[in-house]
Design a protein around this ligand. Structure first.
Ligand code: T1G
Length: 691
């Protein structure tokens, strides 16, 4: 057996097995590329080798190019050179795929003469999620193997496919099970066709015969995002159809080089690492999570039901608890319906739906929490009600059980104080719909035991969530910053903007929905109840509520509704003008850029305060929260990353303007923001220093 850095070459009779082992996910960094080249040189020189199997580990064939290398000079050999070397080997090379083959990893497999996959394999070209396109021949080779339509869908969405789908698409030649990579060695002995993928043209013919095909297929895929990368993906696949392989590859390279230097890809690469960094809670060394085999959820409403499904989907049996039979029946029926819909859509099999539903048990009365290792309370958002529930949980829950509340803004310490075990209490703030949204804001209280935080973080991972640990304050991180944006939106109406101008500015920025359309969807009465509970006023929103305009559910809010279709309503302009008049505010036209700044900069300013107070540990944590809980556009990296792109000096100055114009103290630039701006630094610099 020969060793070339992270690559080993073993012989199995006349087959050479080249194995990559570069933990954690066989990222194709320079050491792995050099090791592969050396291994190929060794094999090429040995005439007794009749075939080669290229293999990875159980976790990953390869997770792609090493993202940490982007932005710095790439060492030779580059990935394209390695793939050409594979393609030009004098004997058949078979890629044996178990675990993931993503990005450059799948491009490497496409350089092989055949591909076999194990049933657990996941294959895809997710570069678009990093603001890039496949840069090592993927946009040229994939269409030649699976056809243009399938290739466009895989490349523009970046979503992976499984082994069975890959075989049906022609991406893999066989689906194997049994020993890895042993079964591939047997297969390799049967491979005689050493045709290179780059030389195949047959799968391109349908697109050549139908010039409109690419645009027809691409149009719905491009709708999903305003970013540059998806369009570049389509252009590159088009080149595969219209140009010879080498010209198409050169074009792909050119597009890649442009994107990799751009802000969008930098933003999305930041988001990739921020999401992973955010899940590393800063805990005392040696902190151990507690075992969790069983869960309970208090409340079978929309949130409670969704949370219970998260546990069931992760294989954890869960008891859903209600006080009344009717409420329990409604909750369990909604869960059953959601699973039936998922099975109908094919996102899960009917058997999986049945299995998951079977893990959820409905129960009347809090007694049902007795054997749970973790309990998540999701009852009505009222402090009195929550304290009552927690006092009961304190009496009934077993010692060591984690007591979590799903409150979205109430004081965790006050809730914890209603028990004799505040160390076991914390916030686990899920986002609606809980079984879909990835974010989990884990809120530590003053007394929360590090082991309890570690347990919540581990449970978050098991539920497939992006779990971010934050401190306790009103609205925690996400809602606290959202509150500043809502305040700004309200003030913009009074100053002269219309609801559609404000919403338009935010959707142009990249959000799927603006603040007013979102309020109309959620219901204005919810916001009114919270404002009333905390003695806060919002003149326009209050006036709309006084007029019974709660949004879609009453057919009118900031807009008039025909079903879900919103149209501007002159009555709203009248109400706004009246409220502005009462406050002595003269309304005036406001430019779209200023609207965007006035919505986004106050959020960033609040983010700076949150960092200063230690409520969030890193600016990247704030970004991960907004990316996974509030649909912040991925190609803008998150509010704190975006702030560094804009430059803190500009944001400081604009906030100063807004503060002088409105007298609103919340708009006074935060000390941290001012300090960094004065020093010509960004939040990323502060994070580096704090690390
Ligand atoms: N490069 C560098 N580090 C990577 C990496 C990569 N490609 N993939 C993962 N890591 C690190 C990650 O930061 C984490 O580090 C650890 O590995 C485990 O990851 C030329 C241009 C593979 C599905 O987009 O989607 O190829 O936090 O926690 O949940 O065309 O990682 O432990 O220090 O996510 O099991 C294209 C990116 C690259 C895939 C595993 N590839 N990775 O998920 O573990 S661009 C991708 C993933 C490219 C070519 C182009 C996932 C995963 P740490 P993890 P996981």
């Amino acid at each position: 057996m020969a060793q070339h850095g992270p690559v080993t070459v073993e012989r199995d009779g006349d087959v050479a097995v080249v194995m990559m082992d570069n933990p954690p996910v066989n990222a194709l960094g320079s050491a792995l590329r050099q090791g592969l080249m050396a291994a190929l040189d060794e094999v090429r020189g040995d005439a007794s080798v009749k075939a080669v199997v290229l293999a990875g580990t159980a976790r990953a064939f390869s997770g792609g190019a090493d993202i940490t290398e982007f932005g710095s000079a790439m060492q030779d050999p580059n990935l394209r050179q390695v793939i050409s070397a594979v393609e030009d080997m004098p004997v058949p090379v078979v890629a044996a795929i178990q675990g993931v083959a993503l990005g450059g990893g799948l491009e490497l497999a496409l350089g092989c003469h055949a591909r076999v996959a194990w049933t657990t394999a996941k294959m895809g070209l997710p570069e678009v999620k990093l603001g890039l396109l496949p840069g090592a021949g993927g946009t040229q080779r994939l269409p030649r193997v699976v056809g243009v339509e399938k290739a466009l869908s895989m490349i523009v969405t970046g979503n992976p496919i499984g082994a069975i789908e890959a075989q049906a698409a022609g991406l893999v030649d066989a689906v194997l099970d049994g020993s890895y990579p042993g079964a591939a060695v047997e297969y390799a002995r049967t491979v005689t066709d050493r045709r290179r993928v780059r030389d195949r043209e047959d799968k391109l013919e349908p697109a050549r015969a139908d010039p409109g095909l690419i645009d027809r297929v691409a149009a719905p895929l491009l709708k999903a995002s305003g970013a540059e990368a998806p369009r570049a993906c389509v252009d590159s696949v088009r080149a595969a159809v219209e140009m010879p392989f080498d010209a198409g590859s050169a074009n792909e390279r050119r597009l890649f080089e442009t994107l990799v230097k751009g802000d969008e890809s930098r933003a999305q690469r930041h988001a990739f690492f921020a999401e992973r960094e955010a899940q590393k809670a800063k805990l005392p060394p040696g902190t151990q999570a507690r075992p969790v085999q069983r869960a309970a959820v208090i409340g079978a409403g929309t949130m409670g039901g969704g949370i219970a499904m998260c546990f069931a989907n992760a294989g954890i049996p869960v008891t859903v608890i209600e006080t009344e039979q009717a409420a329990l029946d409604r909750g369990m029926a909604r869960i059953a319906e959601l699973y039936a819909t998922s099975a109908k859509r094919g996102s899960i099999t009917p058997a999986q739906a049945e299995e998951r539903r079977g893990r959820i048990t409905g129960r009347l009365g809090l007694e049902g929490v007795r054997d749970a290792d973790i309990i998540v309370e999701a009852v009505f958002e009222d402090m009195g009600v929550k304290k009552q529930v927690f006092a009961e949980l304190d009496r009934l829950a077993k010692p060591g059980a984690v007591l979590a509340t799903n409150t979205s803004y109430l004081d965790i310490d006050e809730i914890a104080a209603s028990t004799g075990r505040p160390g076991d209490v914390l916030g686990m703030h899920f986002f609606s719909p809980a079984n879909v949204m990835k974010l989990l804001e884990t809120v530590r209280g003053r007394a929360t035991d590090p082991a309890v935080i570690a347990t919540a973080a581990e449970v978050g991972k098991r539920l497939g969530k992006v779990g971010v640990v934050v401190g306790n304050c009103f609205g925690f991180v996400g809602n606290r910053m959202l509150g500043r944006r809502q305040d700004a939106a309200e003030r913009l109406l009074l100053d002269g903007a219309s609801p559609q101008e404000v919403d338009g500015a935010l959707t142009a920025f990249g959000f799927k929905m603006g603040p007013f359309a979102m309020s109309d969807l959620a219901g204005l009465d919810i916001g009114m109840r919270i404002r009333k509970a905390f003695g806060k006023r919002a003149p326009v929103a209050d006036a709309l509520c006084d007029a019974g305009r709660y949004g879609q559910k009453t057919g009118s809010g900031y807009y008039l509704y025909e079903g879900r279709t919103a149209t501007p309503d002159p009555e709203v302009d009248r109400i706004i003008t009246e409220e502005a008049g009462k406050l002595g505010i003269t309304r005036h036209p406001i430019a779209a850029d200023e609207i965007t700044e006035r919505l986004v900069y106050p959020m960033i300013n609040e983010g700076a305060r949150i960092l200063e107070e230690g409520i969030a540990a890193r600016p990247g944590d704030i970004d991960a929260i907004w990316l996974h809980g509030y649909n912040w556009p991925a190609w803008r990296g998150g509010p704190m990353f975006y702030a560094d792109l804009v430059g803190l000096a500009r944001i400081r100055d604009r906030l100063q303007d807004f503060h002088s114009a409105t007298g609103d103290e919340n708009l006074r630039p935060a000390p941290l923001l001012t300090r960094l701006a004065d020093a010509g630094h960004g939040f990323a610099d502060q994070a580096k220093r704090a690390a």
